[in-house]
Write a protein that binds this ligand. Structure first.
Ligand SMILES: Nc1ncnc2c1ncn2[C@@H]1O[C@H](COP(=O)(O)OP(=O)(O)OP(=O)(O)O)[C@@H](O)[C@H]1O
Ligand SMILES: [Mg+2]
Length: 629
């Protein structure tokens, strides 16, 4: 089955019960976060309904009074006064609510919802970021959370208002003409159906353009993030990005044209039905006027009711039909919020590291499988249709067994893509092995509490990031208190950053990057790497894993750093991942990886004597070095 067919299949109509449930769920969420907002929403609905009803009743009374021979001007002025007062007061109330209260409360609500989303996002498995489909929905839920909650709230307030208004109007209408009332009802129902069809077109268009918008926002991001500015200038990547951009924009325009044409047709049809529903009752009443069965005042009063009822029903239908639309978005949000990570924390607090062991570990970055009730049926159906099985991704680690003991200095080497970084991610429990197990002091890693484990194992990632925060905060990973300053200074010295720090006017309080401050400092690649390395000196880790720690360092800095690390980490366990074999020579033991497998293991001398892949790689590097020297 093709992907878009699959998408289409998933985009089922949401049953009424589920629609109501989703809308209710959003309301109860808002009630929990900002209870006052819900109370005001109900008040706005009630007051709006009461005001509309009063206005119509008094207008009806005013025109009816015209038919009475003994009507006084004072009575008419009284009716008019009530209408004016109601209008004025409701105007004041709405102005306060929409311009002030709602604007402020919305911001607070959005803030709380986003906070919750951010916190939830942190619990997500790293694998979620590898899966574009999940990632899409996640970004969508984030985006939608901005306006959707308020939309549900506003719609509910409006529905309360229209229900009250319509009940009053229908009661009045029954006193005039039952046939007219029925005509109005049929018109509104037809409008509702057309509206729903339009909604579906919109939803389909959104689904179709979603991946295109993703491409669009990627290009936008690349153009505004400083990270890409250099590459864009020195390479021709911009041309490709422009191509992606224009292709996605063309795709979006195409979808909009398709949707626009359909919506235009629907709107024309709606217009015809609307006008018919509005004018047929008027024609009917006009006949009555000619017949003499109705008087002019009553006629005008009825027209007023008809038109009021017409727009109230139309608006109510619009609101009712927005409920499934709201529900669709709430579903995405729920899907994201109900996502439960597979990497779950154990209970045990890890003691000091004695051994870390990998037993027949195999790992593949397979896409995450969302837990959907329809999954089984779809699978069975796909099998029936003889669908090709999705390509099984190749294993990034294959049957790896190794043991690292306390105090050992181990180097991991291998060509690009050999699985070295993947191994680090498994040790940190960012992913769990697909097969086999990792043991910490003889117990499976999964039995330990994740925060405790990550407090024992410190990593410098190959693709470390510097945050828009001060040097000290970057080292500590949190705010720097007075008692932390010595630790930070010491860590930075060990990471050979002391000289650069001395040049900074604000020392460790210097903000890094210019994101928040014009005085922010942009570090060089090597300097940034030193700050990242300082992180592992700032906390008492038992095992230190450094993924290409010196890739950006000059040879002098690398030499100095290697010696500092060895001196600092005398009784610690250290795993270096490096392409620089000058660094790996210092290790007690070298593990050579190729294609996800551990293929050679031993000291430098042993591996050279073995004359295998390591020896070949070493000789090649030494040769290149001599050539360049
Ligand atoms: N997030 C990911 N999703 C899917 N595949 C991945 C992901 N990260 C890495 N891989 C794949 O896993 C394999 C091993 O990657 P890994 O990053 O562990 O290699 P490495 O040995 O660290 O390479 P390098 O020396 O270039 O850093 C590669 O084939 C890579 O394409
Ligand atoms: Mg790597």
């Amino acid at each position: 089955m093709k992907t878009d067919e699959k998408e289409k299949k998933k985009e089922k109509k949401i049953p009424l019960g589920r629609t109501l449930y989703c809308n209710f769920l959003m309301l109860s969420k808002i009630a929990r976060m900002t209870p006052q907002y819900i109370v005001f929403m109900v008040i706005v609905g009630l007051v709006g309904g009461a005001a509309n009803s009063l206005e119509t009743i008094f207008t009806y009374m005013l025109f009816n009074a015209l038919d009475e021979p003994d009507v006084t001007f004072g009575r008419m002025a009284g009716y008019l006064g009530v209408i004016l007062a109601v209008n004025f007061l409701i105007g004041l109330f709405y102005a306060w609510y929409y311009e002030y209260y709602q604007t402020v409360t919305d911001k607070k609500l959005q803030h709380r919802m986003h906070e919750e989303l951010f916190r939830h996002a942190l619990t997500m498995d790293l694998a979620c970021y590898d899966d574009p489909k999940f990632y899409n929905d996640y970004v969508w839920a984030m985006d939608e959370s901005k306006g959707r909650a308020v939309q549900v709230l506003d719609d509910t307030a409006r529905m309360i208002r229209y229900l009250i208004t319509i009940s009053t109007l229908i009661t009045l209408m029954m006193r005039v003409d039952v046939l007219v009332g029925s005509l109005l009802f049929v018109g509104a129902a037809a409008d509702a159906v057309l509206w729903e069809v339009g909604n579906r077109f919109n939803f389909k268009k959104n689904e179709r353009t979603k991946p295109l918008h993703r491409k669009n926002s990627y290009v936008n991001r690349v153009y505004h993030l400083a990270d890409f500015a250099k590459e864009l200038r020195v390479s021709r990547a911009g041309e490709n990005l422009e191509k992606i951009y224009s292709e996605s924009v063309n795709g979006i325009v195409e979808a909009e044209v398709w949707n626009g044409k359909l919506r235009y047709g629907l709107d024309l049809l709606t217009e015809v039905i609307d006008e018919a529903a509005r004018f047929l009752p008027v024609v009917l009443l006009l006949f009555k006027l000619y017949d003499g069965t109705a008087q002019l005042g009553a006629f005008v009063a009825s027209i007023n009711i008809i038109w009021n009822l017409n727009w109230s029903m139309y608006d109510l239908a619009k609101n009712l039909l927005r409920m499934p639309e709201n529900a669709r978005y709430v579903e995405k949000y729920l899907k994201f919020m109900s996502y439960r990570p597979t990497i779950v924390s154990g209970e045990i607090e890890p003691g000091p590291l004695e051994t870390i062991e990998m037993k027949n570990v195999t790992f593949s970055y397979s896409p995450i499988e969302p837990e959907e009730p329809t999954k089984k049926e779809e699978k069975a159906e796909a099998e029936k249709e003889g669908e090709e099985k999705p390509e099984v991704p190749k294993n990034s680690l294959e049957d790896v067994s190794l043991t690292i003991r306390r105090g050992e200095k181990v180097a991991i080497v291998g060509y690009n893509g050999a699985g070295k970084t993947t191994l680090t991610k498994l040790l940190m429990r960012l992913y769990d092995p697909t097969e086999g197990e990792i043991l910490y002091n003889g117990r499976n890693l999964k039995e330990y509490g994740i925060p405790g484990l990550r407090a024992k194992i410190g990593t410098v990632f190959q693709d470390y990031r510097i945050f828009a925060a001060t040097v000290a905060e970057n080292v500590l990973g949190r705010e720097c208190a007075e008692e932390d300053r010595e630790t930070v200074a010491d860590a930075l010295t060990k990471a050979t950053f002391a000289d650069r720090l001395a040049e900074m006017e604000e020392g460790m309080d210097t903000p890094l990057t210019k994101e928040f401050s014009d005085d922010g400092v942009n570090l060089s690649g090597g300097e940034a790497q030193k700050v990242a390395i300082a992180r592992i000196f700032a906390r008492p880790y038992d095992l230190i894993v450094m993924d290409e720690p010196s890739s950006a360092l000059d040879p002098a800095a690398e030499y100095e750093l290697n010696h500092t690390i060895l001196a600092y980490a005398k009784d610690k366990t250290v795993v270096f991942i490096s392409h620089r074999l000058s660094t790996t020579r210092m290790a007690d033991r070298i593990l050579m990886f190729a294609d996800g497998r551990l293929i050679e293991e031993g000291s430098h001398e042993e591996l050279m004597r073995m004359n295998g892949k390591y020896a070949e790689m070493f000789r090649l590097q030494a040769e290149k070095y001599r050539e360049s020297a």
